[in-house]
Ligand binder design. Structure first.
Ligand code: PNS
Length: 161
């Protein structure tokens, strides 16, 4: 069975990477799907940059592919004949946020959502928290993959002047 792991991944964290690895061990193929509109400049990284970072940190996981989508998630899964979504859950807040989306997606097309519990090492991190810490010079090593730490630092060097 093939699955899609969707998200904004701005940028990909060690928590995401852990979910990709574990999901890839259970599915024949895992598509990490960066969602968003490539023409809108939202977030720190462009869609292309996010995809490139994900590609570089998942190079050693042979059944992971990376793609992007600007529409409804279920249009992508239907188009590719994929019947499973994978999401990571950190806390009950994530559950509250994910539950209606999972139920709506299932109602729309029958696609099922599989939840993996985040490794306890990464339960408190998010892309936005790590960006904020990095922006003000805090140490985010070990929480973002090394290539991503460098990319985030380079972004803030250029935007902070
Ligand atoms: O990493 P995020 O930002 O929490 O991911 C949320 C995401 C991308 C999974 C969600 O916003 C999404 O599914 N976007 C695609 C548009 C869509 O299908 N929306 C309806 C969901 S029921």
């Amino acid at each position: 069975m093939r699955a899609v792991c969707p998200g904004s991944f701005d940028p990909v964290t060690m928590g995401h990477l852990d979910i990709f690895r574990r999901a890839a061990a259970h599915f024949e193929e895992l598509t990490v799907l960066v969602t968003g509109n490539p023409n809108k400049r939202t977030g720190l990284f462009t869609i292309d940059e996010r995809m490139e970072l994900i590609r570089s940190v998942t190079r050693d996981i042979p059944n992971v592919r990376v793609d992007w989508w600007g529409g409804l998630l279920v249009e992508y899964t239907t188009k590719h004949g994929i019947t499973a979504l994978v999401k990571g859950l950190r806390t009950a807040l994530d559950y509250e946020y994910e539950l209606p989306m999972a139920q709506m997606n299932r109602r729309l097309t029958g696609v099922d959502t599989f939840f993996l519990l985040t490794d306890e090492k990464y339960g408190y991190i998010s892309s936005s928290l790590l960006k904020e810490v990095a922006k003000y010079g805090g140490d985010v090593r070990g929480l973002l993959p090394d290539a991503v730490v460098e990319a985030v630092e380079a972004k803030y060097r250029s935007t902070n002047g």
